[in-house]
Design a protein around this ligand. Structure first.
Ligand SMILES: [Zn+2]
Length: 393
């Protein structure tokens, strides 16, 4: 039996007297045949629940979640160092169990689609990819999982073994490819090699880029995407350094991101935790210039990233938490921008749409992100989702 299941048949469902994003008032919403069939004003009074599009969390690490190191990471570099021992010690079964736990939490929070990076390198071999792919099959009734083959510091995409391993990963279980370019000897060569492989294999690329202050490969990535005409095929995750780039340079880079239709994923929790960590209170907060990107028309998403692991000791794969943190750290006040950030561009519930939905026990968006209440009712393609041990925190 699968661990996650959509247990009820696709029978009609009616949500009475719910609030909807972007419109005032209360509504009755009918679901049938996997779609939102009708939305009508409710005569039952004020809404006490909020119906939202289901969440889409575009940045997680299912293979590392819940695997903590011997001590609290002192910096990004320290976390990268500590994760080595964790990776070497992990069996395929360990990774499978952790990935399942993460998928359960994500699903219980109202996520119906997620993207996870999965390490591929000679240290871990194929264990993480096999384990996460198995967990994906276990949860296929409730969750669409897309896997990014993540070429770590031990696997340079510009090397022969790098190219071969990434190609094998895509032939196997991976849907996209990624890396951290400054980890490699010649970052520019590695960046271009990764994009070449993505083009050759006809898959998208999602790069961890410019997470460290002072790093500066984002503009190069945008230029490379434009040259290759990879419009809309590339995602840039983190992009913290852009926050401390001179404004004119940052503006030029942002214009190129918009032109290349690159998606940028901001990861507020992880960046707040690790950026500028040292002996004094941090001054640089590490969040990419989200509002400037939104103003320029760059699709900005908010992801969970690491969950209770070496890199980040907290987190619960709750997109509402990512939206809350984006709101208070980047001062994104606009409800629909926050919703688009955790729903991959959707911000409304409309007639005819596929019924991937989540019901929050809150009467407004503000209350939803303030309290982030559980449990939540989750529908995927019109069927109620249940997962083991979902429910209260
Ligand atoms: Zn990450």
């Amino acid at each position: 039996m699968s661990l996650g299941a959509a247990t009820e048949a696709s029978e009609p469902v009616r949500f009475k007297c719910v609030a909807l994003p972007g419109v005032g008032g209360a509504f009755d919403v009918d679901i049938a045949g996997g779609r939102v069939r009708s939305i009508t004003p409710s005569l039952s009074g004020d809404p006490v629940r909020l119906l939202l599009p289901a969440f889409i969390d575009l940045h997680l690490h299912a293979d590392r979640a819940y695997a903590q190191g011997p001590r609290r990471a002192r910096s990004l570099e320290d976390a990268v160092e500590q994760v080595e021992a964790v990776k070497r010690a992990a069996t395929e079964e360990d990774i499978f169990e952790r990935a399942c736990k993460l998928f359960r939490r994500a699903s219980a929070h109202g996520t119906t689609r997620l993207r996870t990076h999965v390490d591929i390198d000679p240290v871990v071999g194929w264990r993480p990819l096999a384990a996460v792919a198995r967990a994906r099959r276990q949860f296929e009734e409730v969750l669409d999982v897309s896997i990014v083959a993540f070429a770590t510091a031990h696997l340079d995409p510009s090397s022969a073994i790098g190219r071969r391993t990434i190609t094998e990963a895509v032939a196997g279980q991976a849907d996209m490819i990624g890396t951290v370019v400054p980890f490699h000897e010649d970052p520019t060569v590695s960046l271009n090699a990764l994009l070449d492989i993505a083009t050759e294999l006809d898959v998208g690329a999602d790069l961890h880029i410019d997470e460290r202050a002072g790093s500066g490969y984002l503009e190069e990535l945008a230029d490379a995407c434009l040259t290759r005409k990879m419009h809309g095929r590339v995602t840039a995750s983190h992009c913290c350094a852009l926050a401390t780039t001179p404004p004119a340079d940052a503006a030029r880079t942002i214009d190129k991101l918009a032109e290349a239709r690159m998606t940028v994923i901001a990861l507020p929790a992880l960046n707040l935790h690790l950026q500028d960590r040292g002996s004094i209170t941090p001054r640089r907060r590490g969040i990419t210039p989200v509002r400037e990107m939104l103003d320029a028309g760059v699709p900005v998403r908010f992801g969970s990233d690491n969950v209770m692991d070496v890199f980040y000791p907290y987190g619960d794969a709750d997109p509402l938490e990512a939206a809350f943190l984006a709101s208070i750290t980047a001062h994104v006040d606009d409800e629909s921008a926050l919703l688009r950030g955790i729903c991959d561009g959707r911000s409304r519930v409309e007639e005819g749409m596929e019924a991937d939905l989540v019901v929050i026990e809150a009467s407004t968006w503000n209350e939803a992100i303030a309290r982030r209440p559980l449990p939540r009712t989750v529908l995927r393609r019109g069927r109620r989702v249940t997962v083991e041990r979902s429910g209260q925190r």
